[in-house]
Design a protein. Structure first.
Length: 182
């Protein structure tokens, strides 16, 4: 693989993480600084670790991953999305009091759900004899940078959508989950 191909692959792998990070920036307008800093790091590390895991486990889990990964992604992102939609509708009358909270548990679940496809890419790397460590490093850095940009874009659009940002964010997460099943 050329460096250009690795960059393109890294961008492609990071798109789900970017969409989720943008949603987080849009919905969670009261995010603590530690969570803001953790998002690019956690998403980047998971996007980098999953191909590494896939590379070293080879084809051991290939069949299971190919068959069920979409449903796992849908279950995780769908449940978070449904909760966001429910919270968006149930708290619209007291929106000054209600502030959704992004926790590290939610962040970790999002990172796992958005990086499962990277595991499959790691399995493909085994067959291609790709030098895995430099590729993983590039995937990690590119994802972290793009997620950082996505968070700030989400914050900008979150102000525009106001109290409906949670509902829109939930819909976006569900759509990403449904896309994973198709």
């Amino acid at each position: 693989m050329t460096f250009f191909e690795v960059i393109l692959l890294s961008i492609a792998l990071s798109m789900d993480a970017c969409a989720v990070a943008m949603t987080n920036g849009m919905v969670y307008n009261n995010v603590k600084k530690c969570h803001m800093a953790a998002m690019p790091i956690i998403f980047g590390l998971f996007q980098g670790a999953m191909p590494l895991l896939g590379y070293y486990t080879g084809t051991l889990f290939h069949g299971i991953l190919e068959k069920y990964s979409g449903f796992v992604i849908l279950a995780i992102l769908g449940s978070i999305g449904i909760k966001m939609i429910f919270d968006g509708f149930s708290h619209k009358n007291d929106e000054k009091l209600y502030k959704p909270c992004l926790t590290f548990i939610v962040l970790m679940m999002q990172a796992v759900a958005t990086s499962i496809d990277a595991f499959a890419v790691g399995i493909a790397f085994t067959a291609m004899n790709v030098p895995i460590l430099p590729v993983v490093l590039v995937i990690t850095v590119v994802t972290a940078l793009l997620v950082t940009i996505a968070i700030f874009l989400g914050k900008l659009t979150g102000g525009f959508f106001g109290s409906k940002a949670g509902i829109l964010g939930g819909i976006i997460l569900i759509i990403i989950g449904i896309k994973a099943v198709m």
